[in-house]
Every structure is written in structure tokens, then in C-alpha cells.
Design a protein around this ligand. Structure first.
Ligand SMILES: *Cc1c(COP(=O)(O)O)cnc(C)c1O
Length: 451
């Protein structure tokens, strides 16, 4: 593959810590062998998440200064509203402090006890919002094939059509890109077919649009009919097909905080606005500062720039190749926001209930202060008193890529660390959990290495 480079230069820099091997061992033990509990000052390269970890542009920092902090009717809101309306085509724009607030408000309004929301995959906070409304979240992702399809994020249309016969179904939610399916995209063909089915059954179609720009770029690469369209045109086309959306703007807003709801239906928007006032703030700021809205408005313009998106997709692909060359089993194809590695394949001698994904993630930290996220049994498994855990279907480790933060040489360093870990894979041991909470245990659990 020809070389790529970052389509930006660096204006403000931040030093990164280089803890010694001894300091890393001490920090991990003090954290109960749980990377969520390791302080960032003990981390060299932090690939835990792409959420809220983005670097803002000079234009975004400039926008912060001109933020209007009026309680009501701020120009910052008008700027934000203009950009969101142009992007989505939806008239009703409600800012919120982050994605999960949007989900609580929209899904809390739409769904009642016994009702159903169907998705390509509900993100975990989305599922929590559906269940908080007393409703059921049903995931119908397409089956993952080998070789993998270009649109592994799609919803399974045949199963969707079957389920729509159930009159308890209130909405279909397409998560773009499909985070749970490795950040794989949803095609325009899929969105259009879902639209038709939703019309046929009178069901609302909503987008969970956290990575709408990455989805649009991957469409331009993989869906030949749209190869000539700009990512912005493609994103607009996708929004056209739905009745509304919400988004965590901590991803493709290229900022550090923020979220939105955007809808066509003024009546649904009116009901959402009531909750917005109760839980987030006045409808023209929704839990954000005026300056945040201005930075987000600018970020939402920058994120669809073709040079940026091409760099983003290519750097993820290149990084996946580096990790593969380092000896890690990389899940293919790579999307934009992260590279996933199959810890079960690298560490077949560690049984799933001994947490191979945790073992790999922790070893990457010990070897080079690299922090990745564990998406194995620690996260998706379940404790059963007196017995072994119910294990997760897969033992993945995710190397998430914050936007515009790390350069190619930072990622080269991560690949070197990964190679050192892969070289001693057979010597790695599993972990056991010594303390855990009843839900979302991975955030706070304490562990011990097995001998
Ligand atoms: C991050 C994310 C959310 C939740 O948003 P927060 O801003 O973290 O509250 C919802 N859906 C998807 C697909 C996400 O990636």
C-alpha cells in the first residue's frame, strides 16, 4: 500500500509519560490488574477508547473563544443547529451532554413496557435505555461470513421482516457504524431496504449516528454506486432515509464532550424537549456550554473532509497490518475507529473463564504502557455463584484510535510492543476476578494473575 500521512500539522503538544517496567508492574498491581483503574499518568499510548479522546483543530479552539454563554437563545446554539440541520435534514435539533442522555430521552419517550426496539446491534448504553423503558432490545445483525462481507454492520433484512409482523415493535435503530460488529459499516442498500420495511409496517426508523462520517466514508469505498459521492453527500443520503437520529458527538463530533438528538417529527421533539429541560438543561444548551456547541459545529464540518476520512481509514488499515506483522490475529476487515485482535487465537492455552483478553491487554500494558480495551469474558461474561463464569462468545481486545491524537510513529511503537508480547504468548497466564459488581463489572473489578 502506498504511504499515507496525517493531513494536519501539530500546533499544541502534550508530553506523554514513559513509566519504567517497575513502575508499570506497580501501577497495574495497584489497579487490581484492571486497566480502567490505571491512572493516565502511568500510560504512554492510550488506545482505550475513541470516545471523547479526540484532538480539536485550531478552528475548534478558536470557536471555543467565541462561544456565547447566554442561558437561552445563544448564537452558539444557532450555529450548532444550522450545521446539524444541513447535515441531517432534520429540523428539530436538541443538544445533550452525551449520547446516552439522548438515548434515555428518545427511547424513554417512544417505548413503553412490553414494546420492542430492533437494531443491527444496540450499543450497550442503548440497550440499557430500551430496558429502562421496560421494553425489549432485539439485535438482528447479519451473520458474519468468511471471507467477511463489505457491510458486516448491516441488519439482517429477512429476520427483520419477520419480526416486524409483531405489533409491539415501535422502532428500528441502525447503529452506524455498528460498534459491536467491529465498527463495520451499514450500506445505503441496507438502509433503503429498512426504510421500505418500516414504511410497510408503520415503524419509526432511527439512526444511532455516533460514527456517521466513518460509515459514509466506508460506503464510498465499498458500495460502488456511491464511489463518486463525497462522504458528506453520502451521510446526508443516509440521514434522508431515517425519521431521526441521536448521536454521541464524542466520536465524529471530534470534540471531548457532547451529543445530539435530531428529529423530523415536531410532536416527538416537543415531548423530548420537556425531558431535555428536566434532565439536561434549557433546549438551546442541553447540558453543554455554549463554547462546546461552537466547537462541535466546527467538528461536524471537519469530520466529513475527504482527506481526513481517507487518512482515518487508511491509518486504521495500516495499523491492522502492523499488528498482524507483529504476530497478532487481527479481525478483518478493519473499520475506522479501532483494530480488533482475537486473544483466544493468540492465547489458546488460556481458557475463556481465565480471561485471555484481559491477559493480552494487561501484558500490552506491562510491556510498554500501552492501554487497550478488553472485550472478552471480563466485559461480556457473567458470574455464577459457586461456578465458573458464563464466558463471552469471543475474546477480543480493541485498539481504539482517538481522532488526530497519535501519529504513525506512535502506532509503530504500539506494534513493537505488540510484537514483544506476541513473542512470549505461550508464557502468558490467565487471571481470576477477586472483586466484582453485579453489573458493568469490568469498570471496577479487581483481579489476580494466575500462576
Ligand atoms: C458512544 C456510543 C454511545 C453512547 O454515547 P456516550 O456519549 O458515551 O454516552 C451510543 N451509541 C454508540 C454507537 C456509541 O458509540
Amino acid at each position: 500500500m502506498p504511504a499515507f500521512m496525517e493531513p494536519f500539522r501539530i500546533k499544541a503538544v502534550e508530553p506523554i509519560p514513559f513509566p519504567t517496567a517497575g513502575q508499570r508492574r506497580t501501577a497495574l498491581a495497584a489497579a487490581g490488574y484492571n486497566l480502567f483503574r490505571v491512572p493516565s499518568r502511568a500510560i504512554t499510548i492510550d488506545l482505550l477508547t475513541d470516545s471523547g479522546t479526540n484532538a480539536m483543530s485550531a478552528a475548534q479552539w478558536a470557536a471555543l473563544i467565541s462561544g456565547d454563554e447566554s442561558y437561552a437563545g445563544a448564537t452558539s446554539f444557532e450555529n450548532f443547529q444550522t450545521v446539524v440541520r444541513d447535515l441531517t435534514g432534520y429540523d428539530e435539533v436538541l443538544p445533550v451532554h452525551q449520547g446516552r442522555a439522548a438515548e434515555r430521552i428518545v427511547l424513554g419517550n417512544l417505548l413503553g413496557p412490553g414494546e420492542v426496539s430492533i437494531s443491527n446491534t444496540h450499543f450497550d448504553t442503548t440497550r440499557a435505555a430500551v430496558e429502562a423503558a421496560g421494553a425489549t432490545a432485539l439485535d438482528l445483525p447479519v451473520e458474519q461470513t468468511s471471507p467477511p462481507s463489505s457491510f458486516g454492520g448491516n441488519i439482517d433484512l429477512a429476520r427483520l421482516a419477520e419480526r416486524l409482523n409483531d405489533d409491539r415493535v415501535r422502532c428500528v435503530v441502525l447503529t452506524i457504524t455498528n460498534n459491536a460488529a467491529g465498527g463495520q459499516p451499514v450500506s445505503i442498500a441496507n438502509v433503503t431496504s429498512v426504510r421500505r420495511l418500516c414504511d410497510q409496517y408503520g415503524v419509526l426508523l432511527l439512526l444511532d449516528a455516533a460514527r456517521f462520517a466513518e460509515n459514509a466514508y466506508l460506503i464510498s469505498e465499498r458500495e460502488p454506486e456511491y464511489a463518486q459521492r463525497t462522504p458528506r453527500e453520502i451521510a446526508q443520503l443516509v440521514f434522508t432515509q431515517a425519521d431521526g437520529c441521536w448521536a454521541s458527538l464524542k466520536k465524529d463530533g471530534i470534540a471531548n464532550i457532547g451529543g445530539m438528538i435530531a428529529l423530523r417529527d415536531p410532536e416527538l421533539a416537543r415531548r423530548c424537549r420537556e425531558q431535555l429541560i428536566a434532565f439536561e438543561g434549557f433546549p438551546t444548551y442541553g447540558g453543554l456550554a455554549g463554547r462546546d456547541l461552537d466547537a462541535l459545529a466546527q467538528g461536524l464540518l471537519e469530520v466529513t473532509e475527504p482527506a481526513y476520512l481517507e487518512y482515518r481509514a487508511r491509518s486504521a488499515r495500516w495499523f491492522g497490518e502492523q499488528l498482524e506483522d507483529a504476530g497478532l490475529p487481527v479481525v478483518q476487515p478493519t473499520g475506522c475507529h479501532a483494530v480488533y485482535v482475537d486473544a483466544a487465537r493468540l492465547l489458546p492455552h488460556i481458557e475463556p473463564h481465565r480471561l485471555p483478553a484481559t491477559a493480552l491487554a494487561n501484558e500490552l500494558y506491562l510491556a510498554g504502557a500501552v492501554r487497550v480495551s478488553d472485550l472478552g469474558t471480563l466485559v461480556f461474561g457473567r458470574a455464577v455463584p459457586g461456578e465458573e463464569d458464563i464466558t463471552a462468545p469471543r475474546e477480543l481486545v480493541r485498539f481504539a484510535l482517538p481522532r488526530r491524537v497519535y501519529t504513525k510513529s506512535h502506532l509503530e511503537y504500539v506494534a513493537e510492543v505488540a510484537a514483544a508480547v506476541a513473542a512470549k504468548a505461550t508464557q502468558l497466564n490467565g487471571y481470576r476476578i477477586t472483586e466484582q459488581s453485579a453489573s458493568l463489572r469490568h469498570f471496577t473489578a479487581e483481579l489476580m494473575p494466575l500462576e
